[in-house]
Design a protein around this ligand. Structure first.
Ligand code: UDP
Ligand code: MG
Length: 315
């Protein structure tokens, strides 16, 4: 079944320079959706691709029914792109996934099944995770952080193959935050979440759109966006470091008395090392505070997370 006036399921996919995947992705996605009894719509968000992603999507739109293209004039990032898709989604259930076939579209019916069962948030745990060591490690930190902050223990926040009910999406859209992390935000609005195990593939073609820097930015979004915990850590770390500094000072004093002034001259470099350590700690703290101030700045400016280019529909 395809999109009718009232789609029950909206599938939202962010795409950034995915020309190598668009065609095969659409083929597998639509095949999988055809198995569902509910009417559906597909919303592909072109996140300012500089390759032929948009043109290929237009071709797919000619061939198929139920495909909406949301075009963003420049690259706003995965989460902003997904938000732009949510804004257009009209279904009662919304499913997100990546376009690189790391999340097999064939798993969508299993997500929908849980939504049908009344769960308002369906997460997925990647069983056969095909990512580099660094990414797996970053994920683990993410999961730990979000669980602690939100009090909801999900096992895998990073996997974007997820299902949401309309009220959860409405909650997410009410947050005009400049930068956000959707799976974490969603947990605040979910009453009855569940996680299922899904398979995970290596990227079908092309490279990951996340550079190390972008990935680091995402972790920062998550950390500063959802808690004041880093600031508190800073506070306690400050106390600990000062205490350590005082104790070391006392120790050096005692040793100087014991070994005499020659030893103390030899200790100049130790003092330098200590100095550097403290200066470093201060800079770290200032940087962290700067992060928050930067975000306050962004919030005060009320800059929208994305600017809509156009919505292309074929009806
Ligand atoms: N993506 C996007 N905008 C970006 C970066 C990524 O829309 O700025 C999309 C990308 O096309 C893909 C999904 O987000 O569909 C996940 O990106 P990617 O596979 O590069 O991330 P990874 O799997 O490495 O976490
Ligand atoms: Mg990927």
């Amino acid at each position: 079944m395809h999109r009718t006036g009232t789609a029950k399921i909206s599938v939202v996919i962010p795409m950034y320079n995915e020309e190598q995947n668009v065609v095969i992705f659409c083929k597998r996605l639509f095949q999988s959706l055809d198995l569902l009894p509910e009417p559906w719509e597909v919303i592909c968000v072109n996140d300012g691709s500089t390759d032929s992603t948009l043109e290929l999507l237009r071709k797919e739109q000619e061939k198929r029914r139920g495909l909406i293209i949301v075009n963003l004039p420049r690259n706003f990032g995965q989460h902003a792109a997904v938000m732009a898709g949510f804004e257009q989604a009209r279904g009662d259930w919304i499913v997100t996934l990546d376009a690189d076939l790391q999340n097999p579209p064939e798993e969508i019916p299993r997500i929908v099944e849980q939504l049908r069962n009344g769960h308002d948030l369906v997460g997925s745990i990647r069983t056969t995770r095909k990512d580099y060591f660094f990414r797996r490690w970053a994920s683990r930190i993410t999961t730990w952080l979000v669980s602690r902050i939100s009090g909801i223990t999900l096992q895998d926040f990073g996997c974007m193959l997820r299902g949401y009910s309309k009220p959860v999406i409405k909650g997410i859209l009410q947050n005009p935050e400049y930068r956000t992390f959707i799976p974490a935000l969603a947990t605040f609005f979910a009453k009855n979440p569940i996680e299922i195990r899904v398979s995970h593939e290596g990227r079908a073609a092309g490279n990951s759109k996340y550079s190390l820097l972008k990935l680091f930015g995402l972790q920062l979004d998550l950390m500063t966006g959802f808690s004041l915990w880093p600031l508190r850590t800073l506070f306690f770390a400050g106390i600990a470091i000062s205490f350590l500094g005082l104790s070391l000072g006392a120790l050096i004093l005692v040793l100087r008395i014991y070994y005499g002034p020659e030893w103390a001259a030899g200790g100049v470099f130790t003092l330098f090392a200590l100095l550097f350590f403290f200066v470093g700690a201060q800079f770290f703290g200032l940087g962290l505070i700067g992060e928050y101030i930067g975000r306050i700045f962004q919030a005060v400016r009320k800059r929208p997370p994305y600017v809509l280019g156009e919505v292309l529909k074929k009806e």
